[in-house]
Design a protein around this ligand. Structure first.
Ligand code: HEC
Ligand SMILES: [Cu+2]
Length: 355
């Protein structure tokens, strides 16, 4: 090798041995697998459990396919621009070609695209509207609070039933949800049933959803609403009509009041509740607070704190003692001033409230 200007000869270039698997392909594969793992489960729009959600999934596939076609077409056009220009065209011909692209790509294509997508989107949206039906559907009112859910059944036969952090609905029939918010904007979304819809303070939004079969579905507040947003889960369960009616009947004002006040063993717990908790919480027959969740049927729930803590023996005490650690920033004051006996007495009593 000839040396130039006294510089040392370039180091011999080593042949780079290729790794056994291509790293890019590996990354792509794991990315796709990760994305696919979101396709099933409690919160997946690709695993619908009702008519509205099936429509939403259809639109999703239509839009994905359409977007793929557009991507391929645009890529083809982009490659086409690398072709050598036809220099034999006169300026007038050039202008005509340019105009064709503008009219075709800028007007015809978007108009056709938008019409095609509307043809799918409008009927789906219409299905979720609360239009009049021959037989009026069950109405369930859901109010978003920072960071819990209030659920009311205005059509219950023995007067309005109120519960919190659980939404029990009849299966196999349309249900109208009237949603609103008490403080900031929240989002009502049960992905496997359809939706979603904003919950706005001072306004009632309506959406009609249906669950084909009885089952349990996940729901999560779908609008960033403050520090507790991630801990704002809603337990949704669809029951056969007869079980749903029995569920409502067990939560009449009288039945709940009887449940809360009948056991003399919890007299002191009830007294403590009236002193320390009644200003914020309602327990039918005992108190009427509305700042926090209604606790009248607390013992029958599956979770505490909107999905924060599983309901099991002693869970209510755990909540009362540690709720600011379990759900940081939540709107219930820490009760460090109350001793263990008082709190566990309250917990034991509330856990018996199982209609
Ligand atoms: C200043 C109002 C306030 C007071 C006083 C208060 N709470 Fe709460 N409580 C709340 C709020 C707000 C929540 C909802 C917290 C969340 O999940 O974000 C809550 C949640 C709860 C929950 C969980 C409910 C659920 O649906 O999962 C229980 C149980 C509870 N409180 C019991 C009590 C008891 C017992 C007392 C009395 C020692 C008490 N609270 C005092 C406001 C209050
Ligand atoms: Cu929220």
């Amino acid at each position: 090798m000839r040396e130039r200007n006294g510089a040392p000869p370039p180091a011999r270039i080593q042949r780079v041995t290729r790794p056994w698997v291509n790293r890019g392909a590996l990354t792509l594969c794991s990315g796709v697998l990760l994305a696919l793992s979101g396709c099933s489960g409690d919160h997946s729009i690709l695993d619908p459990a009702g008519p509205a959600a099936r429509d939403v999934r259809m639109i999703w596939w239509v839009m994905l396919s359409f977007a793929t076609v557009v991507l391929v077409a645009v890529t083809a056009l982009w490659l086409y621009t690398f072709k050598t220009r036809d220099v034999s065209r006169t300026p007038a011909q050039e202008r005509r070609v340019a105009r064709r692209w503008i009219v075709g790509g800028g007007i015809v294509l978007p108009v056709v695209t938008v019409i095609a997508l509307l043809a799918f989107g409008v009927p789906t949206g219409k299905r979720m509207l609360t239009l009049p039906l021959d037989e009026p559907p069950e109405v369930i009112e859901v109010t978003g609070h920072q960071w819990w859910w209030e659920v009311r059944y205005p059509g219950a036969p023995n007067g309005v039933v109120v519960t919190s952090n659980q939404l029990i609905m009849p299966a196999g029939e349309p249900v109208d949800f009237h949603v609103t918010a008490a403080d900031v904007i929240h989002g009502f979304w049960i992905p496997r049933l359809g939706g979603k819809i904003d919950m706005l303070p001072g306004r009632i939004n309506r959406i009609r959803l249906e669950a084909d079969e009885p089952g349990v579905f996940g729901a999560q507040c779908a609008e960033l609403c403050g520090v507790g947003h991630a801990h704002m889960h809603l337990y949704v369960e669809a029951l056969p009509r007869e079980e749903f009616d029995a569920w409502l009947a067990a939560r009449s004002e009288e039945a709940l009041a009887e449940l809360a006040t009948s056991d003399p063993a919890f007299a002191s717990a009830r007294e403590n509740f009236t002193t320390f908790c009644a200003s914020c919480h309602r327990v039918a027959g005992v108190s009427a607070g509305t700042i926090g969740p209604d606790l009248s049927d607390l013992g029958g729930r599956t979770m505490l704190g909107a999905g924060t803590l599983a309901m099991e023996e002693g869970a209510v005490y755990q909540w009362l003692r540690h709720h600011q650690t379990l759900k940081p920033g939540n709107r219930m004051p820490q009760h460090d001033d109350l001793d263990t006996d008082t709190l566990s007495g309250l917990g034991d009593w509330l856990e018996t409230l199982t209609p």
